[in-house]
Design a protein around this ligand. Structure first.
Ligand code: ATP
Ligand code: MG
Length: 173
């Protein structure tokens, strides 16, 4: 009997979103519906958004907002966007259609106090029995980590950025 897990990929090294998308590929290969909600970066150029063919019907991507950040000049608008994005996540959990739900960069909503942490925690811990939820992002909070079944911290040992190599298509997006 499958048990839906709460998984966190955190840390400063590269690979958090990539690991989550790797799980998505596995789930899709078994015919499971997957929903991905991307909270912070509104990058429309990501290769994963362009998938077509038999898996496309099982995979839903929501790139929320306009890539809002905590550096923004309009914090109220950012908080409203974060709130709307979180409500979409809460709805997806309640609807119980996705077998895998990826909440990409959700950690920042908690870190910058854009959405109430306890509200997020209670929705995630109250998820449907078979739903796997993956949260990515740096600085996962202590409470989030305490509630998770699986936590992996990506540790940066080397990154091409250190050699001045910029983000590349098919590697970073
Ligand atoms: P990826 O999406 O490649 O799995 P990630 O989810 O672990 O990366 P994010 O913090 O979401 O990391 O950053 C996304 C972008 O920043 C990617 O283009 C990635 O290559 C780049 N990046 C990730 N880690 C580092 C790092 N330690 N130094 C510089 N750039 C990084
Ligand atoms: Mg990421």
């Amino acid at each position: 009997m499958a048990k839906g897990l709460f998984v966190i990929y955190t840390g400063n090294g590269k690979g958090k979103t990539t690991a989550a998308l790797g799980m998505a590929v596995r789930a899709l290969g078994h015919g499971y519906p997957v929903t991905v909600i991307q909270f912070i970066k509104g990058n429309a150029h990501c290769g994963e958004h362009n998938l077509t063919g038999p898996f496309a019907g099982l995979l839903q991507f929501h790139v929320t907002g306009k890539g809002f950040t905590w550096k923004s000049e309009n914090l109220d608008e950012d908080i409203a966007l974060a709130r709307t994005a979180w409500e979409m996540a809460a709805r997806t959990i309640a609807e119980d259609k996705a077998r895998l739900l990826i909440l990409d960069e959700l950690t920042y909503l908690i870190r910058y106090k854009m959405v109430d942490e306890d509200e997020i925690l209670s929705a995630i811990t109250g998820r449907p029995a078979k739903m796997n939820i993956v949260v990515t992002g740096r600085h996962a909070s202590d409470k989030l980590i305490a509630a998770a079944d699986l936590v992996t911290e990506m540790t940066e040992i080397k990154h091409p950025y250190q050699q001045g190599i910029p983000a590349q298509k098919g590697v970073d997006f």
